[in-house]
Design a protein around this ligand. Structure first.
Ligand SMILES: C[S@@+](CC[C@H](N)C(=O)[O-])C[C@H]1O[C@@H](n2cnc3c(N)ncnc32)[C@H](O)[C@@H]1O
Length: 214
């Protein structure tokens, strides 16, 4: 599927359908989420982007990292997912300043919300569809300071001697991804925009955590 409007329609339909049960489905991913957020090494007062924030499962830990003086920019095109994210943050005590951007990351004009090269970190957690949009990556990178931390995590094809892992990736991708290209190297378009990065595999190679610097 290449036409942007078809892709966005498919995304909206997929995530509007998943929104009510999304948090339950993602429970097994919680340890990987904690690891990814810890790798951002957030400090009080910092600004972090949560690109494709979904129902906001990462937001409480991101909020704790940046503290009440910090700032979170949450980008999410599906209103059913975003509504849940907003409710989650409304329940937090001492939430940081929030910027809610309810559009696809590729059309989000972040300059309206924060000066270019001013954000300290960006999280792409299980956002394969975002990583396949170079324009979305360009927008996020433009908002980041040189040296800002970037963490991405998600599904990836395992090597052929892990067939059960690949069956899992296939099933999970069919359930959650619109652009299934590049599942062998989800970070293909991200890493050329980073000055340093490394990828570690998890879950019998079926998941990855990339940590890098803008
Ligand atoms: C598997 S969910 C992950 C949500 C969240 N990051 C989490 O950790 O639970 C993928 C999310 O990315 C969002 N998404 C997909 N394409 C996007 C795009 N182009 N820009 C921003 N968000 C996008 C989807 O709407 C969905 O909420």
């Amino acid at each position: 599927m290449t036409h942007p409007s078809e892709r966005l329609q498919a995304l909206s339909a997929l995530y509007a359908r998943r929104a009510p049960i999304y948090d339950l489905e993602l429970l097994p991913v919680a340890p990987l989420r904690r690891e990814a957020i810890a790798a951002l090494a957030l400090e009080p007062g910092q600004t972090v982007l949560d690109v494709g924030c979904g129902t906001g499962l990462s937001l409480p830990d991101l909020a704790q990292g940046v503290g009440p003086q910090g700032r979170i920019v949450a980008i999410e095109p599906c209103d059913a997912m975003m509504a849940r994210a907003r409710r989650r943050v409304a329940e937090l005590q001492h939430a940081p300043r929030m910027h809610w951007i309810e559009t696809p990351a590729e059309s989000a004009s972040l300059d309206t919300w924060l000066p270019p090269a001013s954000a300290d970190a960006a999280l792409f957690f299980f956002t394969h569809d975002v990583l396949q949009q170079p324009q979305a990556l360009a927008q996020a990178m433009r908002a980041l300071k040189p040296g800002a931390r970037v963490v991405a995590a998600g599904l990836v094809w395992a090597s052929p001697w892990w067939p059960m892992s690949n069956l899992f990736v296939l099933g999970a991708a069919m359930h959650s991804i619109v652009c299934a290209e590049r599942l062998d190297c989800p970070w293909h378009d991200l890493t050329p925009r980073l000055s340093a990065w490394e990828v570690e595999r998890r879950w019998l190679e079926s998941a990855y955590v990339l940590t890098g610097r803008r």
